[in-house]
Design a protein. Structure first.
Length: 126
């Protein structure tokens, strides 16, 4: 009987510790990176441009690759646990056939969880 009570107390303590750890976790937030890619000159949208995002370690690291839509827009999101999301160190590269590549390394925080990075690509004459 004593052993059963001790076992229950041990499991109850372990469950309480796990529950307390889960309650103390940072809230999950979605970080959103968005922007528009246009050409220098006429300002026309650059459709199907490759946008490569290198996420900093503070945003779980890794790389995301996506394409702009017909209007030159792109958007990507990532769920992270943080009280104050920080986009500093996020590296964005944009490439499209017939254009010089563009690059940006963010030095900004993510106000409201959103970072907007627009790019103007320089056309390369044939």
């Amino acid at each position: 009987m004593i052993r059963e009570s001790a076992r229950r107390l041990l499991w109850s303590g372990a469950f309480t510790c796990l529950l307390a750890a889960a309650c103390n976790r940072e809230p999950e937030q979605t970080i959103r990176l968005q922007g528009t890619v246009t050409s220098i000159g006429y300002g026309l949208p650059v459709a199907s441009a490759d946008v490569i995002v290198e996420w900093p370690a503070t945003l779980k690291g890794g790389t995301s690759t996506l394409k702009t839509d017909a209007q030159g827009h792109y958007a990507v999101g990532r769920a992270v646990r943080s009280k104050t999301p920080d986009c500093k160190g996020m590296v964005i590269t944009v490439r499209a056939p017939g254009f010089a590549s563009a690059y940006n390394q963010s030095a900004e925080e993510c106000p409201g969880g959103t970072l907007t990075a627009d790019f103007k690509l320089f056309p390369i004459p044939k």
